[in-house]
Ligand binder design. Structure first.
Ligand SMILES: [Zn+2]
Length: 117
């Protein structure tokens, strides 16, 4: 047999004991680095900073790094595609660039003249 209580604990006694077992609200303070609300004395989950220095790599960091990697891959793929497509055309794009540069300089001056007059 398991150990048994000597006497029944009254309703009031049990309820009085349980009066202190309620869950309290966690007090949040703003992160000094990013301003995101976080519990005091804990590392910020948003930016991973504690005491003014980086401590954790957070999910947002991982997302950002993944995005950067995917962007780099996309750029490399674009460059490779352009490199494979363009070997016959390198002379053509160089001429229009020079032509495009001149009209751009002309247009703002005309606009500025119209604004001044
Ligand atoms: Zn933060």
């Amino acid at each position: 047999m398991a150990a048994q209580p000597k006497k029944k604990i009254s309703r009031v006694r049990g309820r009085t004991r349980r009066a202190h077992s309620a869950v309290k609200m966690v007090s949040l303070s703003a992160c000094k680095h990013c301003g995101h609300p976080k519990p005091a004395h804990l590392v910020c989950n948003e930016c991973g900073f504690y005491g003014g220095r980086k401590v954790l790599t957070t999910k947002t960091d991982k997302r950002i790094s993944k995005k950067l990697q995917s962007d780099k891959k996309a750029e490399l793929a674009k460059i490779k595609k352009e490199a494979t497509k363009k070997p016959a055309k390198p002379k053509a794009p160089s001429k229009p660039k020079a032509q495009k540069a001149k009209p751009k300089t002309d247009k703002p001056s005309s606009k500025s003249d119209s604004k001044n007059s």
